[in-house]
Every structure is written in structure tokens, then in C-alpha cells.
Design a binder for this molecule. Structure first.
Ligand SMILES: C[S@@+](CC[C@H](N)C(=O)[O-])C[C@H]1O[C@@H](n2cnc3c(N)ncnc32)[C@H](O)[C@@H]1O
Length: 257
């Protein structure tokens, strides 16, 4: 699907823009979430910090197209373009028709494919003319069965070849894709620091083929990190409390003398 202007009617006037189109991206997203929470996967579009961080994970000058999965209302697409990825190199795969229409209006020159990202090879059949350099996904993977997530990663890796990277964010606390592909395609996984400024906080994972038998190392669990930090904060507060109490006791006993 390519970008289209709103059609002009026979008498030359533009038809009234449907209410749907006038709604803001947030409202559109909420509606999509209400209609199908498993597909939408989130109640609001990604914030700009997360979108920017995702865009930083790809190289705008790497040869070959960049595929974005689940662009929704387009915050990540916007960030990819702002990063310098040419519109002609972007291919968006979105399931929801209303989002596809919106994306076509917002991003002229970007190729939009309406289809199922979990059947990536079929969905992109006849569309790819070059090997993609990256797949950037905002799909709500945790709402899909583990076998579908694995199948997606495997297809993406096959489409991209040796040097490709699959970039995914998650609100979960560990890798949303099981990385044991059960064959020779060892995957190296890199977890970036959590983006606390997103609501809810999110974490980006990058999956790449590992050269040789080295397998991925799961990063320290976010919950462990949180636990460590909150224990340290509790210790500091307790120390401050005892120090303050000691100061009060000392000053009171000074006054009594
Ligand atoms: C969590 S939203 C992310 C939207 C946007 N990228 C953002 O960051 O705000 C997930 C998006 O994936 C789309 N989606 C869900 N399942 C899909 C599928 N099987 N194929 C293609 N798109 C899908 C939804 O319609 C929605 O736009």
C-alpha cells in the first residue's frame, strides 16, 4: 500500500474527514486496544524516548531495507526517519487496516504492507528486492505463543542473513523471544538498559547471529536489579534515620544540662 491523499469527490469537494481520522493517535490506540488488546498489546503509543532508542539500534547507512513490524500510529517510524533512514528504505508491516491507512497518510514514500508479521516470509514475498539490514519490532510478543515468537525470529534471521539484527522492545523482565532456535542458528542477545521514562518502562533487546558456538548470555534480571537498588535505598534511609535520631537525642541531652 502506498500513501494516498484523501480522495476528492465528483463535485470537487473533499469528503468530510471521518471522526476516526480526526481522533488523535492516543485515542486511536486506545480504541484499537479496546477492540483487540492482544493485537494492540499496549494502551498507548510508545513514548519518544523509547522510539528514539529503538531507532538508535539501526544504521541508516547499512545496505538493504529496514523492516518495521507493528508500527501502529508510527512513533518508531518517525524516529527512524529522524535518524536518517531514507523513507524509500523503510518497509512497514502492520496488521490493523486503520493504522495502515493512517501510516500511508503520515509517511509518503514509505512502503506499507498490510499483513501478519508472524508469517513474515509469506507477508514479504515478492516485496523484498534486497536483503534487509534490520527488523525493528514493536509487536506485543508476550501475547503470542512462544512457538510463534520463535518462528518470527527464525524467519527474520533467515531473511536478513549473517549480519542482520532483530530489535525488539518489551515491557517484560526478560527476553521475550526464547533464543534457543534448536538448530545451528545460535543467537547472540544484547539487552539495553531499561528506558524508565517510557510508560510503562520498557527494555530493548537486540538479537544477532553469533559466529561460532558461543551462545547468548541472559542479562541480569531487571527485577534483581530493582531489588538490589531498593535494598540499598532502604539501608540509606535507615542509616539516615538513626543518625537523625542520634542528633536529636544529643541535642536534647545538651539542652537538659
Ligand atoms: C504495542 S503496539 C506498537 C505500536 C507502535 N510501534 C508503538 O510503538 O507505539 C503493537 C502494534 O503491532 C500491531 N500488530 C499486532 N500483531 C500484529 C501482527 N501479527 N502483524 C502485524 N502487526 C501486528 C498492532 O496492530 C499494533 O499496531
Amino acid at each position: 500500500m502506498n500513501a494516498q491523499k484523501s480522495p476528492v469527490s465528483r463535485n470537487g469537494t473533499r469528503p468530510k474527514i471521518p471522526l476516526d481520522v480526526q481522533l488523535g493517535d492516543e485515542a486511536r490506540f486506545i480504541r484499537s486496544w479496546l477492540e483487540n488488546p492482544k493485537i494492540a498489546g499496549a494502551i498507548a503509543p510508545s513514548g519518544r524516548f523509547l522510539a528514539r532508542a529503538l531507532a538508535q539500534c539501526v544504521s541508516p547507512v547499512a545496505p538493504g531495507p529496514i523492516i518495521e513490524l507493528g508500527p501502529g500510529t508510527g512513533p518508531v517510524t518517525q524516529a527512524l526517519l529522524a535518524r536518517g533512514v531514507p523513507a524509500s528504505k523503510l518497509i512497514l508491516v502492520e496488521y490493523e487496516q486503520s493504522f495502515c491507512k493512517l501510516l500511508a497518510r503520515k509517511f509518503p514514500g514509505v512502503k506499507i504492507v498490510r499483513g501478519d508479521a508472524y508469517r513474515l516470509a509469506d507477508t514479504l514475498k515478492g516485496i523484498l528486492t534486497e536483503t534487509p539490514s534490520a527488523v525493528v519490532s514493536s509487536l506485543p510478543l508476550l501475547t503470542a505463543p512462544e512457538s510463534d515468537r520463535l518462528m518470527l525470529l527464525r524467519q527474520a534471521m533467515e531473511l536478513m542473513g549473517e549480519n542482520g539484527r532483530f530489535v525488539q522492545f518489551t515491557y517484560g523482565v526478560k527476553s521475550p523471544v526464547p533464543t534457543d532456535l534448536g538448530d545451528s542458528q545460535h543467537i547472540r542477545i544484547q539487552a539495553l538498559a531499561p528506558i524508565w521514562l517510557n510508560i510503562p518502562p520498557a527494555r530493548i533487546y537486540i538479537y544477532r547471529r553469533a559466529n561460532g558456538p558461543t551462545f547468548f548470555k541472559e542479562p541480569p534480571d531487571v527485577l534483581d536489579e530493582l531489588l538490589r537498588k531498593s535494598r540499598r535505598a532502604a539501608r540509606e534511609i535507615r542509616d539516615e534515620f538513626f543518625e537523625a535520631r542520634a542528633r536529636i537525642v544529643a541535642s536534647n541531652s545538651g539542652r537538659r544540662r
